[in-house]
Design a protein around this ligand. Structure first.
Ligand code: LLP
Length: 434
């Protein structure tokens, strides 16, 4: 089922987001332009928080910054009580500036550098999720050399749980690069954990993939985590934090399965509340996509309309560098007219594509938009809030896409169009000889 999108009003040739007319936003700030409704982000966050805490009170949603790192988004979430799941030094700094307490930060990633680990240790991040036993040893050695006592290690455990999702988004299988095998975690806790000099193993983490809609996957993951926490107790390792990752899917198409938030909460927080470990740990969730996916549209202007064989192309000013999900995963995103010069109805279908010289730079094929398009019209690519602006780049030396927010009927340009690094570089002066 496609999300209800109560914050959008979609007319035949007009689109409003958060009550603000998108044509005026495109005129004011230019295109391509991401527009995020901050109220919608908070509404989804509140919904998730309420569903989880109704089943288990001690819950932290550490929002996955990689899904949307717009500062106004992450700081609004922080003010609402969200923690931060981050994977880089800039992520730590952003979370700090957004007002997230270090204890509510989670540092993830399968291949962290020593510099990144040191930054996380110095910042006092609440949980550094190690993805190998060597990484746990490194965290200990680094915190010892930095004279930081009590760096907190979690193990990202690979339970070999296979979730049905796009192959590029699955992370839970045994052979994947993610996590540590259960057996190795037990062995480490038995032989080494008590001997650590400065760090402590205090948590377990698991994330089986993104865009997952099967409640059984989440239930099994929760049960595996509880089982392992029980087993670790015998080794003297007290698990004080269970992190169930993110991954809750969002229905981009009518055919996509939707796992309602209440069912997700039941499979995770609900199962946990009924388990032997209930009351003994904080439950952490690293939701990203579900919170922000439908908060944002990407506005793009039609540069040219042309026919090629049987295909009618609408060539727009956003490219795969601005929004890469369709090119990278074959992802479907609904496209609607935001404003068209002609309101005449039309059954014409369009292939909507960008300016980059690659055949994958296509946002949608055979789309019936209900109107006939012409130069200067504005289209909106919907549900672009997760992994949209955060994955944009300056490929083709195109400027980094601008981001605007709307809130209480007002708008602001929060991330201006950025030029690619080096575009103004002067040729190096040759040293004068002689
Ligand atoms: N935690 C970990 C360890 C992760 O790797 C991820 C996402 C999340 C949490 C957040 O997952 P979410 O709730 O957003 O599904 N670029 C892809 C998605 C990549 C997901 C990477 N990891 C896309 O556009 O679909």
């Amino acid at each position: 089922m496609v999300s209800r999108r109560p914050h959008l009003s979609i007319g035949r040739n007009s689109l409003k987001i958060g009550g603000v007319d998108t044509k005026s936003l495109a005129e004011r700030y230019g295109t391509p332009l991401y527009v995020t409704d901050l109220g919608r982000v908070l509404e989804r966050f509140d919904e998730a928080k309420a569903a989880l805490t109704a089943r288990y009170p001690d819950v932290l949603i550490a929002f996955a910054y990689k899904s949307n790192s717009t500062f106004q988004v992450v700081s609004a979430l922080a003010r609402r009580g969200a923690g931060a799941t981050i994977v880089s030094v800039a992520g730590i700094e952003t979370a700090r500036r957004a007002g997230v307490a270090p204890k509510d930060m989670v540092f993830d990633g399968p291949s962290k550098s020593k510099e990144e680990l040191a930054a996380a240790i110095k910042a006092g991040v609440g949980m550094i999720n190690a993805e190998s036993v060597q990484e746990a040893r490194d965290v200990d050695a680094l915190s010892h050399s930095l004279s930081v006592k009590g760096a907190r290690i979690g193990f990202r455990v690979n339970f070999d749980i296979r979730a049905e999702t796009h192959a590029g988004l699955a992370t839970g299988g045994r052979e994947h690069k993610f996590g540590v095998a259960r057996r190795e975690v037990i062995q480490f806790c038995r032989r080494e954990a008590q001997k650590l000099r400065s760090a402590r193993v205090v948590g377990l983490h698991s994330h089986v993939g993104s865009q997952v809609a099967d409640p059984e996957v989440f239930r099994r993951q929760t049960e595996e985590m509880v089982g392992l926490a029980e087993e670790l107790e015998a080794t003297g390792t007290e698990v004080a934090e269970l992190n169930l990752g993110g991954g809750l899917g969002f229905p981009y198409t009518k055919e996509d399965k939707e796992l309602p938030i209440g069912y997700y909460a039941e499979a995770t927080a609900g199962s946990f509340a009924r388990s032997s470990w209930s009351g003994r740990t904080r439950l952490v969730f690293e939701l990203g996509r579900w919170v922000v996916a439908d908060s944002t549209v990407l506005l793009t202007k039609v540069n040219y309309v042309k026919s090629a064989g049987k295909v009618r192309w609408a060539l727009v000013d956003a490219g795969m560098n601005d929004f890469i999900r369709p090119a990278l995963y074959g992802a479907y995103h609904e496209i609607v007219p935001a404003w068209t010069s002609s309101a005449e109805r039309s059954a014409w279908r369009y292939d909507v594509a960008g300016p980059v010289c690659e055949s994958t730079d296509v946002f949608g094929r055979g789309r019936r938009l209900g109107v006939r398009l012409s130069q200067g019209d504005i289209l909106a690519i919907l549900d672009a809030g997760a992994y949209g602006s955060s994955m944009s780049s300056t490929y083709n030396m195109r400027p980094l896409t601008a981001v605007a927010t709307v809130e209480d009927g007002d708008s602001a340009l929060v991330s201006p169009r950025g030029w690619p690094p080096g575009w103004k570089a002067r040729p190096r002066q040759r040293p004068r000889s002689g």
